[in-house]
Design a binder for this molecule. Sequence first.
Ligand SMILES: Cc1cc2nc3c(=O)[nH]c(=O)nc-3n(C[C@H](O)[C@H](O)[C@H](O)COP(=O)(O)OP(=O)(O)OC[C@H]3O[C@@H](n4cnc5c(N)ncnc54)[C@H](O)[C@@H]3O)c2cc1C
Length: 388
Amino acid sequence: MSTEREYECIVIGAGVQGSFTAYQLAQRNKKTLLLEQFVLPHSRGSSHGQTRIIRKAYEQDFYTHIMEECYELWAQLEREAGVKLYRQTGLLVMGPENSQSYQLFKDTLQRNKVPMVILNRDNFSQHIPHVNLAEGDGAVVDITAGVLYADRALKTVQGQFQKLGGVIRDKEKVTDIKPGPVVTVSTSAGVYRAKSVVITAGPWANRLLAHTGLQLPLKVVKINVCYWREKVPGSYNVKQRFPCFLLTEGKESKMHIYGLPSNEYPGLVKICYHAGAETDPDQRDRQTDRSDIDILQRYIGRCLPGLIPEPAVVESCMYTLTPDHHFVLDCHPVYSNIVFGAGFSGHGFKFGPIIGKLLCELSLGEVPSYDLSPFRIRRFQAKTKSAL
Ligand SMILES: Cc1cc2nc3c(=O)[nH]c(=O)nc-3n(C[C@H](O)[C@H](O)[C@H](O)COP(=O)(O)OP(=O)(O)OC[C@H]3O[C@@H](n4cnc5c(N)ncnc54)[C@H](O)[C@@H]3O)c2cc1C
């Protein structure tokens, strides 16, 4: 086999997690191949689109802790590439004052001394015009939060990976993985070998893991990415300092609703429901459920009077959910040189740089920089084939 087909590490899937993992490996001078089934860039996985929210506001301390370093890594990439990837806007968290979820967000921010502002009913509309704070709701702003330019970030990290000598092969679908001390990876175009393999296949994770005899309890759902038109252009614009927002629960639903200021599409505000209907990732557009849009329309009609409660643009994206909505970052229970990052449950983008670092460490057999116990597969009692 030619040396072009032999690598220290092969990363499967060039979404945000695979791209950052490959970049981290290349930074460590590892000869790395990044494989992607579609022609790049594409809009058929989970990492495409103009924007994502970045925040320290979480219900669990471990995410807030990891975000500390993650912000630095995003800034480092911006400096290295000379590209702006982040815009600070703040994140307004709203929810029933006496609910567990809202209190957890608020407590985590306070306990971790994240710069924040607590708003009350008297000063709310002065700080956040054009939003009705529901009766009984509290409001707190995570000042550190903002918007990541997602498509630009992917292009940037892939470009930096290539500058470091990394190889990307797109339009090469992985069709087989043969575990062993040296792993053999077959694609639609060839066969490659590597000391270790990282699987970051997003909604297709279980299809890839099946080649290694492992299946995770993952559910893939389609998200309707909705943009809503401002009645008065500019009212919810990023330049007017309108923040990102997250409603922990409301009259319409127990699930989160989140939004970003109008920016990427002038006059349109992105507001989505943090849940969707199950789908096959290869048949995403056959899923036509719009019950989430009904919920959003009712919420917008009630609380965002400056928006027309009819979506102006609807795009599609997918979440890969775990039962507890925490990520999966682990080594294969039988083949320690096969590592995977999966189940990012609709909130993994902001963590890309740190996920890349952690998966790189796992694939090199190093002790990871953070305690990965919330992300290990033993919490699921993952099913492995007895044949292994
Ligand atoms: C609407 C929406 C809004 C979101 N908002 C936020 C947010 O505000 N903040 C945040 O932090 N996160 C957010 N997320 C979540 C975040 O975008 C995802 O967690 C993240 O993009 C997951 O990345 P990934 O690399 O795991 O998956 P993907 O981006 O899907 O990448 C997996 C890649 O693997 C490739 N692949 C699969 N199978 C094969 C194969 N056999 N051979 C080769 N390649 C293969 C796929 O084609 C794909 O490119 C949001 C997600 C959605 C859908």
